[in-house]
Design a protein around this ligand. Structure first.
Ligand SMILES: C[S@@+](CC[C@H](N)C(=O)[O-])C[C@H]1O[C@@H](n2cnc3c(N)ncnc32)[C@H](O)[C@@H]1O
Length: 357
């Protein structure tokens, strides 16, 4: 009996992923999703959509819209196209949870991908996003702000319930970006203040987004490893920073956060942790990696355009232990948004069991 032919489907899945991505970027750029939102529950035909977005040919719009239906981003009822709940929530520009700009910005600069093989050969990225922070990082942090505000608000609720937020905490938000974390923590405590640090080129964005908090937020420009900081904070936030640094700098940054944190403080680390390295008794490594595809994709994104390549929970825990700290709680307020709360070893533990796997 001859063996069943091996299918190339997995290869096509990757190729088609690229095409689908480009289709979605074009649909957003054309305003196709917003046009459908404006049509209400009856949706629109390809001809109506072509008219709304200024496309030359209704059949061309149908090709794009049909593809988006096949992916599950749009729905179809006969000749009419409709938004799926996911598209309505995450892709319509007026939605508070919209990720429209993130679709374009999340993969990082295009040229970094074109040079990925060379980056792997040389061990150094061809393009670093920190070289011109205003060009890429400033729009990126604005694009991530709605999600990070939601994650930070949920974390503030947890800290409050666990009795970890004093009445007037000082927050140090390193690599603050949109200052989503400072803003959420200050919303939880009217007398809280924050020092938000970011690079020149992004700090203007941080300042603009915190302007209505006035003197409660001090935006400081500089490198988070060397800039002057207050020496006793209640909450120190490292939001999506460690993964973009090489291990030695990531460890140094974490230790700096511990050094400026007071004895009852909490250090908040948010990241997309890479899976732990394989162990001898791991039975299905492929399943572990398949479950971590999102985090692995983001680690490769870091490798392409930063000096980092992601961090593991094991690295975080080991660096913390060196300084006499530990991961006391692990939260996931939104799917795949991982928050680690770190506390000094002597500090009282929370009632909730820690997950440090
Ligand atoms: C991925 S963004 C995260 C922003 C924010 N912490 C959050 O979680 O939403 C990384 C931020 O770190 C800033 N950054 C990168 N390197 C830095 C450095 N050496 N010193 C200060 N800020 C830095 C970037 O400009 C950017 O705003």
């Amino acid at each position: 009996m001859s063996e069943a032919p091996v299918s190339p489907a997995v290869v096509w899945e990757v190729i088609n992923g690229y095409t689908a991505y480009q289709g979605l970027v074009a649909a957003l750029e054309l305003g196709l999703v917003d046009a459908l939102a404006a049509c209400g529950p009856d949706g629109a035909t390809a001809a109506e959509l072509a008219g709304s977005v200024g496309a030359a040919d209704a059949d061309h719009v149908a090709v794009l819209a049909d593809l988006l239906v096949s992916i599950g981003l749009l729905d179809a009822d006969g000749r009419r196209y409709l938004l799926t709940p996911a598209a309505a929530r995450f892709l319509v520009s007026s939605s508070p949870a919209q990720m429209r700009d993130l679709v374009r910005l999340s993969p990082g600069p295009q040229q970094a991908w074109q040079q990925l093989a060379e980056t792997l050969r040389s061990g150094r990225p061809s393009t670093r996003v920190t070289v011109d922070p205003a060009a890429y990082l400033a729009p990126l942090v604005e694009a991530t702000a709605p999600t990070q505000r939601a994650v930070a608000t949920a974390t503030a609720v947890f800290l409050d319930a666990a009795g970890r937020l004093p009445a007037a905490p000082l927050v140090i938000d390193l690599g603050a970006g949109s200052a989503a974390w400072s803003i959420a923590l200050l919303a939880a405590r009217p007398e809280a203040r924050a020092v938000a640090v970011d690079l020149p080129g992004v700090a203007q964005t941080t300042r603009r987004l915190t302007a209505d908090l006035g003197a409660r937020v001090d935006v400081v420009e500089g490198d988070y490893l060397t800039v002057g900081l207050p020496d006793r904070a209640d909450v120190v936030v490292l939001g999506h920073l460690l993964r973009a640094e090489p291990p030695a700098r990531a460890r140094e940054l974490l230790h700096r956060a511990f050094a400026v944190a007071g004895p009852d403080a909490v250090v908040v680390v948010t990241d997309y942790p890479r899976p732990a390295p394989p162990t001898d008794d791991e039975t299905d490594r492929a399943a572990t990696l398949a479950a971590a595809r999102h985090e692995l994709t983001l680690a490769l994104t870091m490798l392409a355009s930063t000096d980092g390549a992601g961090v593991t929970v094991g690295q975080l825990s080991a660096w913390a232990a060196e300084a006499g700290w530990h991961v006391s709680d692990r939260l996931e307020p939104l799917p795949r948004q991982h928050v680690f709360l770190l506390r000094p070893d002597g500090a009282a533990r929370s009632d909730r069991p820690a997950r440090t796997d």
